[in-house]
Design a protein around this ligand. Sequence first.
Ligand code: ASN
Ligand code: ZN
Length: 346
Amino acid sequence: DGAGRPFRARVFVDARSGKLLNAYTYVQDALNRAVHNLNGSCVSTSGSGLPGPLAISEGGTSGDAVVNNAYRNVGRVYWFFRDAFGRDSYNGAGAKLTVSVKATFQGNSGCDGGNAYWNGSQIAMGTGGSTFYDMNSEPDVIYHELGHAVTQSTSNLAYQRESGGLNEATSDIYASAVEAWMNTVSGEPGASTTIAYTADANTWKLGEGLMRNGTAALRFMNDPKADGRSLDHYQQYQQQYGNCSPSAQNDYCGVHTSSGIANLAFYLLVTGGTHPRGASSVNVPAIPFARAIRYLYEAHVNIVQANDTFSRVRNAMMTRARATATVGACDEVSIGKAWDAVGVSG
Ligand code: ASN
Ligand code: ZN
């Protein structure tokens, strides 16, 4: 190889089709980021205007703290999936990571910066508008958005109804994992950073540094109803969205509220205990964060399909636990109880 890069045989098998993707490939495992600065300019709903002017590419620095934070936070997520699961970028094949910061987004009443999204090929981070501080002021927003990219490349959960709520929850859960991992990392992570988790109260909050009105966070995995909107039991989903037709107006049948059901199940799995508002009396025996997040990740890589329900993800996580020697049976019981606690049966 003229470029002097290491050359190793590596076989990629698509987890779901079983097809051989590449027999040989250059192993780069290299982080490749680009941060663009929109400086408040407005992006259309179809995403035209992205990515905007390049601020830094890999290895660069900027005098702009928002640009630097985005670059740093994307790097953390890259190394999390690389070090925890051997996944090289969101697609498992070294895809470039592109973020546009200081975006505003075209809406019904003009352009507003109070959002952030993964659009299928890049992240856009808003200025925050009147509701939020700049979306980069809280790292778990980027953690969440890049989580959408991993979901797209694994289970590809459809963004509506139960699968959409699960898609949202999976991003919140990945964000909680990166955050709990970063509590154990000194400085910034890199190749071969040890994977360990220390969960604290902030771990289970999404957007705790984000709210201009002083609200503690945008979402609460430990008590989803604390945000005044989210659901924390499956019965509520059936009541509110049983007959729902997905549209942008109803958030595709409540993807950002039904996510609370799966968020709470994961929280109870890792911390143990009972439903925070007594919606059930099931007592969940905790399992370690490392095993809980691995079962979830492996379920998405190997089992979960685009239109799956809460119940199917429960079953998929239990299947992954069963496949794990020595701890499998106990962990499987805990996973079942965590979902029982939020009203999702097998
Ligand atoms: N902030 C939202 C999210 O990532 C934007 C969206 O994609 N619906 O969940
Ligand atoms: Zn999301």
